[in-house]
Ligand binder design. Structure first.
Ligand SMILES: [Fe+2]
Ligand SMILES: [Fe+2]
Length: 238
C-alpha cells in the first residue's frame, strides 16, 4: 500500500515536472496565448476532438482487461465509458455537452471543425500507444489520460471563462458549460482516476509491471506535449 502511494506520487511529480502539457506555467498555450481570443477559440475547437475520441481510447484498455480476465478493471472502464456516453448526464455525451455549451453560450460552432495536423497526429499516436501488447503499458497509458484530466481541464476552463467574459461580457453562467467543467473537475475525472488506480494496482505485482506501467504513462504525456506544442504553432499562425 505504501509502495503504491509512493509510485503514484512519483508519477504525479513526473507529470508536472518532466512534461509541459498540464503544467499551468509551462503549457505553451497557457504561457503565451491565454489572452489571445482568436487563438483560444482555435484551441477550444481542436481540444474538443479529444473528448470526441475518448471512448475509442478507453476501448483499447477495456479489450486488454477482458483479454487478461481482469474483471474489476474491465468493469471500471465500462463504467467510465458509460459516463463519457452520458450515464450521469441525461444520455448526453460529454463531447456533446461541450459542443452544445460552446454553441449555445458562446455562439461558436465547433461541431464541424476540421481536424488539424497536430490533433490528427495526437489521435493517431494515442491509438498506436494503446495498441501496445503489454497490459501494464496500456493501463499506464490509460491512467495518464485519467490522471492528467483534472489539471488539463483546469487549464481549459480558464480559457473558456476568459472567452466567456470577452464574448458575452459576463462570467461563466450556471448552464451546460459550468456543469461540464464542475462535474469533470469535481466528480467524474477524480472518480476515473481513483477507479482505475484501485483496480489496476491490484494487478501490479512486480517491478517489471510497474516499469511497463510507467513507460505507458510517460509515453502518453510525451504525446500530449507534442500536441500542445503543435497547437501552439498552429494557433500562432492562424
Ligand atoms: Fe468526460
Ligand atoms: Fe476520464
Amino acid at each position: 500500500m505504501k509502495a503504491e502511494k509512493q509510485f503514484v506520487e512519483k508519477l504525479n511529480k513526473a507529470m508536472i515536472e518532466d512534461f509541459v502539457a498540464v503544467n499551468k506555467k509551462r503549457n505553451p498555450i497557457a504561457k503565451n496565448l491565454a489572452k489571445d481570443m482568436k487563438a483560444l477559440q482555435y484551441v477550444i475547437g481542436q481540444y474538443s476532438i479529444f473528448p470526441k475520441n475518448i471512448v475509442s481510447f478507453l476501448e483499447f484498455a477495456k479489450n486488454k482487461a477482458k483479454e487478461m480476465n481482469w474483471k474489476n478493471v474491465e468493469e471500471e472502464i465500462i463504467r467510465n465509458m458509460g459516463e463519457e456516453l452520458g450515464s450521469k448526464s441525461n444520455g448526453i455525451t460529454h463531447y456533446d455537452l461541450l459542443v452544445n455549451g460552446v454553441k449555445e453560450e458562446l455562439g461558436l460552432d465547433i461541431s464541424n471543425i476540421q481536424i488539424s495536423e497536430s490533433t490528427k497526429n495526437f489521435i493517431e499516436s494515442m491509438k498506436s500507444i494503446l495498441s501496445n501488447k503489454n497490459p501494464y503499458y496500456i493501463m499506464g497509458a490509460t491512467y495518464a489520460l485519467e490522471d492528467s484530466a483534472v489539471p488539463e481541464l483546469a487549464l481549459v476552463v480558464e480559457w473558456v471563462s476568459h472567452l466567456f467574459i470577452e464574448i458575452t461580457g459576463k462570467p461563466i453562467q450556471d448552464k451546460t458549460l459550468k456543469f461540464f467543467f464542475d462535474m469533470h473537475l469535481g466528480v467524474w475525472e477524480p472518480g476515473h482516476e481513483e477507479g482505475l488506480r484501485n483496480t489496476v494496482f491490484e494487478k501490479i505485482s512486480s517491478e517489471e509491471d510497474r516499469d511497463n506501467f510507467e513507460a505507458g504513462f510517460r509515453e502518453v504525456l510525451k504525446t500530449m506535449d507534442f500536441w500542445w506544442n503543435g497547437l501552439y504553432n498552429e494557433a500562432s499562425q492562424n
